[in-house]
Write a protein that binds this ligand. Structure first.
Ligand code: FNR
Length: 369
């Protein structure tokens, strides 16, 4: 349903795609050891995270420029999450102003890429707080732009460059052109798509965000300390793989960590977050919430991550595909499918609450992949 460059932007990763594949494979290396006759009639997947109760142990990971994939995509995902009682993390590379999402979905979290200049950090943090977000997620695995060769091959760039090939993609995907692209232009005008924290954006993606990338390699732990001093709410760091970094973040007062390799979209060849999880959980569980994303495609994957020490799980691409294909109904359905799978598999595993899961529920898999 999506033009090839856009589909490629979601589905793709960096360089050879090794980490993207590894993320999925890592789940298949674990097999369940179910327990039986445990009376599983009182099953609940409600999960407490960072002082809030959620209806399921998963949420929606931040995904940039979602509004180019589904009409007002960030709002669609945020509202679907609100209705499902799960958290949605709004991307800092969104095309919709953060205030609008905060108003429509008060339980959404906000993800920021840190500006390269420290004096802009305070202004960003203050704006996110004023908008009403309670939880700020800092993505830290992006010291520079990744080598996303697939975008070059698929013809994706930011801003999108007009070309005959792109025009053909528009013509040959009339549903997307009419329902997402032209509707967006009708509402927001072109070329001024807004960026969530730029006031006036450049075409498709604010240039300021891209310029920031050039300076982001200066960021270090002192910038995290600066934010911790300024940000009154819950602070989460996303993109941690090593236990050493998890400890360093917790020592600086973060409330949670997302073990993540950015869905395989940053350093290709990075280990799968699921494989990194046990050491991180060992190091910081009890001191900070341990979350994970990358490669989660089914309820059984959510349960495996929880068994290996995660307190909560985030899911990216599946929700964006669902919203791109069927809008709000698609996003609702994606959440419902995961909930149904978790509910059923909790019974088959022999548990009534996700808190009962630990490493004894798993063993090394010899199942064919
Ligand atoms: C992302 N991801 C991401 N992460 C982030 O911190 N800020 C962002 O703006 C984005 N943008 C983004 C766009 C798209 C299209 C994708 C697919 C991913 C990474 C995302 O939050 C998450 O880490 C991974 O997507 C999780 O892996 P799965 O569930 O997609 O396998």
């Amino acid at each position: 349903m999506l033009p090839r460059p856009l589909f490629g932007y979601i589905a793709g990763a960096s360089e050879t795609g090794a980490s993207l594949r590894e993320n999925a494979t890592s789940f298949k290396r674990h097999a369940f050891r179910p327990r039986v006759l445990t009376n599983v009639s009182k099953r609940s997947q409600r999960t407490r995270l960072l002082g809030r109760d959620y209806d399921a142990p998963f949420g929606i990971a931040p995904m940039g420029i979602s509004a180019l994939m589904a009409y007002r995509g960030d709002l669609v995902l945020a509202e679907a999450a609100e209705a499902a009682g799960i958290p949605m993390i709004m991307s800092g590379s969104s095309l919709i102003p953060l205030e609008e999402v905060a108003a429509a979905a008060p339980s959404a979290w906000f993800q920021a890429y840190l500006p390269g200049e420290p004096d802009r950090i305070d202004a960003l943090v203050d704006r996110v707080a004023v908008a009403g977000f309670e939880t700020l997620v800092l993505t830290v695995d992006t010291a520079t732009l990744a080598n996303r060769e697939n975008n070059v091959r698929a013809g994706f760039s930011t801003p999108l460059r007009p070309s005959l090939a792109l025009a053909w993609q528009g013509v040959s995907h009339p549903r997307w052109t009419a329902l997402t692209f032209l509707r967006t232009i009708a509402r927001h005008g072109v070329p001024h798509f807004e960026n969530s924290y730029a006031t006036r954006g450049a075409p498709i993606l604010a240039r300021s965000v891209m310029r920031d990338f050039g300076k982001r390699d200066h960021l270090d732990w002192r910038h995290l300390e600066q934010i911790r001093r300024r940000w009154p709410g819950k602070l989460v760091v996303k993109g941690i793989i090593s236990a050493e970094d998890a400890v360093a973040a917790v020592e600086r007062g973060v409330d949670g960590i997302v073990v993540s390799n950015h869905g395989g979209r940053q350093l290709d060849g990075t280990m799968a977050p699921l494989d990194a999880l046990p050491a991180v959980a060992d190091a910081v569980s009890g001191h900070a919430a341990v979350m994970i994303d990358g490669g989660v495609r089914r309820g059984s994957d959510v349960l495996k991550a929880l068994a290996l020490g995660a307190d909560f799980v985030f899911v990216g691409r599946p929700f964006l595909y669902a919203a791109a294909a069927f809008g709000r109904a698609g996003a609702d359905r994606a959440g419902a499918i995961l909930k149904e799978e978790i509910h059923r598999n909790m019974a088959l595993l022999g548990i009534n609450s996700v808190g009962e899961l630990d490493a004894t529920a798993l063993t090394r898999s010899r199942l064919p992949r």
